[in-house]
Design a protein around this ligand. Structure first.
Ligand code: 3PG
Length: 253
């Protein structure tokens, strides 16, 4: 078998309505903007141009990732492949910050607290009340989950813990059968996966940001270790600019 037998592609959804408004989103199920739709389509074109054609796709249960996957696959002429959706790929639940303006939150609480909530590995934002406006506690799509599995806030460490079972139980088996796997998910659920794949430390993961709509391709060896550490963005220049923009969210608008 080749040195890097497994092909994995990570794709963060295109710009969402709340990315555009600079609001903390988390589990709130917002749609793509027209720009986000274009990013998703472009992501699919990049896949096609690179000859990286997914055989199976895994998404979260959130509209922005579901639609991004569909648009990208249509652009790559792979709209027909099997789809699996799971809440374990959802965005990090942003707790009581869901629906709050990032710039206002930064101004109100200061940079240190803002960055602790946004990027520290193990400090979750305050919990969101079960019956709050932006709570998903009673959303029917989570009705099969015991209440203790339905988050009311999460730090990245919590996301790693709830995402990894899906990696091992659903994604790795697809890779093992030789399929090229596309995972269409979210900034922080993908940061959790990248942390695992690249063995990023708890401290260093704070500095890692993932741009919207640009495929990140990994070649994994037989032990599922990246042969191209950090992955390869299919449009590196656009990715570099977009990573800076994600990093600076809150500081503008
Ligand atoms: O949920 C959100 O607000 C975003 O999708 C991710 O936001 P972040 O980059 O501020 O963590």
């Amino acid at each position: 078998m080749a040195d890097a037998p497994y092909k994995l592609i990570l794709l963060r959804h295109g710009e969402s309505e709340w990315n555009e408004k600079n609001l903390f989103t988390g589990w709130v199920d917002v749609n793509l903007t027209p720009k986000g739709e274009k990013e998703a389509t472009r992501g699919g074109e990049l896949l096609k141009d690179a000859g990286l054609l997914p055989d199976v796709v895994h998404t979260s249960v959130q509209k922005r990732a579901i639609r991004t996957a569909q648009l990208a696959l249509e652009a790559a002429d792979r709209h027909w492949i099997p789809v699996h959706r799971h809440w374990r790929l959802n965005e990090r639940h942003y707790g009581a910050l869901q629906g709050k303006d990032k710039a206002q939150t930064l101004a109100e609480f200061g940079e240190e607290q803002f960055m602790l909530w946004r990027r520290s590995y193990d400090t979750p934002p305050p919990a969101l009340d079960r019956d709050a406006e932006y709570s998903q506690f009673s959303d029917p799509r989570y009705a099969m989950l015991p209440p203790e599995l339905r988050p009311q806030t999460e730090c990245l460490k919590d996301v790693v813990v709830r995402m990894l079972p899906y990696w091992f139980d659903a994604i790795v088996p697809d890779l093992l059968t030789g399929r090229t796997v596309l995972v269409a998910a979210h900034g922080n659920s993908l940061r959790a996966l990248v942390k695992h794949l690249d063995g990023v430390s708890d401290a260093d993961i704070a500095g890692l940001n993932i741009p919207t709509g640009i495929p990140l391709s990994y070649e994994l060896d037989a032990e599922f270790k990246p042969q191209n550490p950090g992955g390869t963005y299919l449009d590196p220049d656009a990715a570099a600019a977009a990573i800076e923009a994600v990093k600076n969210q809150g500081k503008k608008k």
